[in-house]
Design a protein. Structure first.
Length: 135
């Protein structure tokens, strides 16, 4: 996958187009480039020096390598090229949500909380916290 040279990115690891559309619109309103990776391998192959303002992870996406993801997040945080990390899953996936919280790589939300966060953050453009507060 080619590198992207934009300054601010939103990377969304998901296969769910229903969740992708509002985040893509939100990123556009924020002036950021939106990149959707439906396959986890795309994140593994992707290289860029651009700053990732938000990494959104659909915890129910297939093929997630949790150990690789944790090291990828840590490396990008050390290089100060990664902002906020949000993982989300359907509220009925309580075991998956709890396991993700134990990974401690970012904020974990239900899918509903994540969609509401996008909607409320869209209203905060220009605020001191451009990525909004968690729900």
């Amino acid at each position: 996958m080619p590198a992207i040279a934009h300054e601010s990115l939103v990377i969304h690891l998901t296969q769910d187009l229903m969740a992708a559309a509002p985040l893509k619109n939100w990123a556009s309103r924020q002036g950021m480039t939106y990149c959707m990776f439906p396959r986890f391998e795309q994140l593994q192959e992707w290289h860029s020096e651009a700053r990732i303002e938000l990494l959104a992870i659909d915890l129910q996406a297939t093929g997630i390598d949790w150990a690789f993801l944790a090291s990828w997040i840590e490396a990008h945080r050390r290089s100060q090229r990664l902002g906020r990390v949000i993982g989300y899953a359907q509220h009925v996936e309580s075991e998956l949500i709890e396991n993700a919280r134990q990974q401690e790589f970012g904020e974990i939300m239900t899918r509903g909380q994540f969609i509401r966060w996008i909607a409320s953050s869209a209203q905060m453009v220009g605020n001191q916290k451009p990525l909004g507060d968690p729900p």
